[in-house]
Design a protein around this ligand. Structure first.
Ligand code: ZN
Ligand code: MN
Length: 192
């Protein structure tokens, strides 16, 4: 059983425990949220499942994901500048993320635990740490290859990070990861 299968079984059990009926739509939502390479937004989940479930409403996606969040079973990553919230149901606890400023894909780097760092910060400051967030911004290998290939890539999204260290442009608007009508492109949170 893969870790995403294990997460899926767990999420199903949690929702069934809350007497939440597991319709095929909700099961499909859980399956997307439970994937370790996920981080989809509500809109992306909805767009992805709309073909298979034409009668499903975005409210169903919202309600299912919100319930999982209330139950502590998904991690919400809010990006206020873009007006988007993304969800990780594979790891519902705070963990570092790698974010491509070009295609907006989000990965979980295998960096080990941040717990010692958090404990040191708490010990040195007297803070009771409630949560934490570490986002590493850059260009993914695919976007670097595209850039070296000389293709016209969409402009990078501005970030607060040190532009001298990371190969990112600090100006320009962020293009959507998949433009309307560009159906051949995989959504950024799917494995190619
Ligand atoms: Zn990229
Ligand atoms: Mn994650």
């Amino acid at each position: 059983m893969s870790s995403s299968d294990a997460r899926l079984s767990h999420l199903m059990a949690v929702l069934q425990g809350r007497r939440f009926r597991l319709t095929p739509q909700r099961l499909a939502i859980l399956r997307l949220v439970a994937r370790s390479d996920g981080h989809p937004s509500i809109e992306e989940i909805y767009e992805h499942l709309r073909e298979d479930f034409p009668t499903m409403s975005i409210a169903t996606v919202y309600k299912t994901v919100t319930l999982l969040k209330e139950l502590g079973e998904v991690l919400e990553l809010s990006f206020p500048e873009e007006g988007v919230k993304r969800y990780d149901g594979a790891k519902p606890y705070p963990h570092p993320h790698l974010i491509c400023v070009r295609c907006r894909k989000i990965l979980d780097p295998d960096l080990g635990s941040l717990t010692p760092l958090v404990e040191t910060a708490a010990r040195r400051t007297g803070f009771r740490i409630l949560s934490h967030r570490l986002d590493l911004y850059g260009l993914c290998p695919e976007c670097q290859a595209r850039e070296q290939g000389g293709e016209d890539a969409p402009p990078a999204h501005g970030t607060e990070t040190d532009g001298n260290r990371l190969p990112i442009r600090l100006s320009g608007d962020c293009a959507p990861p998949h433009a309307p009508g560009d159906g051949a492109e995989p959504t950024p949170w799917r494995r190619p």
